[in-house]
Design a protein around this ligand. Structure first.
Ligand SMILES: Cc1cc2nc3c(=O)[nH]c(=O)nc-3n(C[C@H](O)[C@H](O)[C@H](O)COP(=O)(O)OP(=O)(O)OC[C@H]3O[C@@H](n4cnc5c(N)ncnc54)[C@H](O)[C@@H]3O)c2cc1C
Length: 485
């Protein structure tokens, strides 16, 4: 460990070939550092992830950039959220949700927002409503990018029509250096939409920059499992049958009428003018989110699933009672009284069921396990090796984490790292099956670890019994035939 480096330099530096740190860095490439320090710039690395680079001497030895980096700043989500929300009457706090006024599950009933959106259409509807009500002038969110290497990018919308074209989740690398420069130059009232670490970065910027502080009026947070490298979009489209050089854009959340919300498809637009390809994600080998293929390394060092620093957070209601509806439903966590008023005022346009922190937790239970208990494990491994890690709210610890669970978490890091290696090999060989062949034994090993020994033994016994029964039945059948003859 080099004690002279600033926190952000540790974040950016790579820990290559390390089974836990992975091939990447702790940087999520958000671009917050670029606004305050010209020594920093953002570029895509060879793994298809955005990452900050330093050229020249950073301001105050990196201290300025560190103060706005979501993985280097000394101020955590608890402190930011406390300063923003805790003074409101009726506010409560939960260790997973952060501060909240109310929680709901529901969807938007008005004007096609739900059918155009990823789940219940709430994010785009709320952004449009804030615009219509004159509470903001512009929305900073992720929209179509210029080409197949930049399928999506942060941009600024000023009208409801512009907003509508930017709906749906983009499981794709994005960065905000250009929109941040725009926000500095244009005196407008902004709504910012982002995943938890980007919202945290925006809040840190507002704490450090008076101009941004006065212009950013609201933040909407998206619940986040993790962010994907651009290998994710490419691998999905390629496996669906579109050659790499013919992919134009991937719609990651194409709804299939009559299927459960979780059984969605991708739609791949092609640059050769041929008809788009639609393919169910459960027929593709890279779309099991639990395996974490093409995940940014930084995401394994984040403990904020529900965007705790956002005024309101929306996610997918991955709950048995809602998932059967193909149109999709949102989970909703409201933290700001003005947003609550907007929801109350427009109640007739919405379907909102009261929810509970427990239900919201359950909708993301896997994500919480990986980013609370799993993070404690990962931090502990680093600590024992004497390696630098970002300071998290979760403490390094193996307490209460059984040996099998530890192996599961360690294996997930291997899965993530190997997915990058495998896709790079497949690209080189110009053959997607190289990816599958590389990953099959790794996945098999993970699945063996994931299934407890007792369940594996039971499966084996059932399999043996079935074989014995089949042999017995066929012997009986032969005997009966012989005696009949
Ligand atoms: C990387 C990522 C991971 C996610 N993981 C989970 C998860 O694990 N569990 C879960 O419940 N939900 C997750 N979500 C959120 C979920 O996919 C939906 O975005 C959310 O439910 C809102 O749906 P909606 O129909 O209300 O939004 P829509 O009405 O479709 O609007 C979506 C809005 O979000 C903006 N947007 C899309 N992608 C991005 C992006 N990458 N960065 C910033 N803004 C963006 C769009 O521009 C649009 O304004 C994730 C989203 C992303 C982008």
């Amino acid at each position: 460990m080099d004690g002279n480096r600033s926190a952000i330099e540790h974040v950016i530096s790579s820990a290559d070939a390390d089974a836990i740190s992975g091939r990447s860095t702790y940087c999520v490439g958000c671009g917050a550092c670029t606004l305050l320090d010209p020594a920093f710039n953002i570029a895509k690395n060879s793994d298809g992830c955005y990452c900050a680079n330093i050229s020249g001497a950073p301001r105050e030895g990196g201290a300025i950039a560190s103060s706005v980096c979501p993985f280097a700043a000394g101020v955590d989500e608890n402190q930011i959220a406390k300063d923003l929300f805790s003074a409101q009457t009726g506010i409560q706090h939960d260790q997973y949700l952060g501060y909240y006024l109310n929680t709901y599950v529901g969807f938007v009933n008005e004007d096609g927002w739900r059918s155009r959106g990823s789940s219940g259409g709430f994010v785009s509807w709320l952004a449009a409503t804030l615009l219509r009500e004159g509470l903001i002038d512009a929305v900073v969110h992720v929209k179509d990018g210029p080409d197949s290497e930049h399928m999506y990018q942060y941009a600024v919308s000023h009208t409801v029509d512009e907003l509508a074209t930017g709906a749906k989740s983009k499981y794709y690398p994005v960065e905000m250096s250009q929109v941040l420069a725009y926000m500095k130059e244009h005196d407008e009232r902004y709504l910012f939409i982002g995943i938890p670490c980007f919202v945290k970065a925006m809040r840190l910027l507002c704490r450090n920059d008076q101009l941004l502080h006065s212009r950013v009026k609201y933040c909407i947070g998206l619940v986040c499992g993790h962010l994907k490298s651009d290998f994710f979009a490419k691998s999905e489209a390629w496996e669906a049958g579109v050659p790499l050089d013919t992919i134009r854009r991937v719609d990651f959340r194409y709804k299939i009428p009559g299927s459960p919300a979780s059984d969605y498809a991708i739609k791949v637009d092609r640059s050769d003018g041929d008809v788009p390809i639609i393919k169910r994600t459960n027929e593709l080998s890279t779309t099991n989110w639990g395996l974490g293929y093409f995940k940014y390394n930084a995401c394994d060092y984040c403990d904020d699933v529900l965007a705790e620093t956002a005024d309101v957070t929306f996610g997918d209601a991955w709950l048995p009672q809602y998932v059967s509806d193909s149109q999709g439903c949102n989970v909703v966590v409201v933290r700001n009284r003005t947003i609550q008023h907007i929801l109350d005022k427009h109640a007739e346009e919405l379907v909102l069921h009261d929810s509970t922190p427990e239900e919201i937790y359950q909708s993301q239970a896997g994500g919480f396990r990986h980013r609370r208990q799993g993070l404690a494990y990962r931090l502990d491994v680093h600590k024992k090796r004497g390696e630098w890690t970002p300071t998290k709210r979760v403490q390094p610890s193996l307490e209460g984490i059984g040996k099998r669970r530890q192996k599961i978490y360690a294996m997930r890091t291997v899965l993530k790292n190997e997915s990058f290696v495998a896709f790079t090999e497949a690209k080189k060989a110009n053959n997607f099956s190289v990816f599958i062949k590389h990953m099959q034994p790794v996945e098999r090993k993970y699945s063996t670890i994931q299934t407890p020994l007792s369940r594996r033994l039971l499966r084996k016994i059932k399999w043996l019994l079935r074989g014995i029964l089949r042999r017995h039945q066929s012997r009986m059948h032969m005997t009966a035939r012989n005696s009949a003859e």
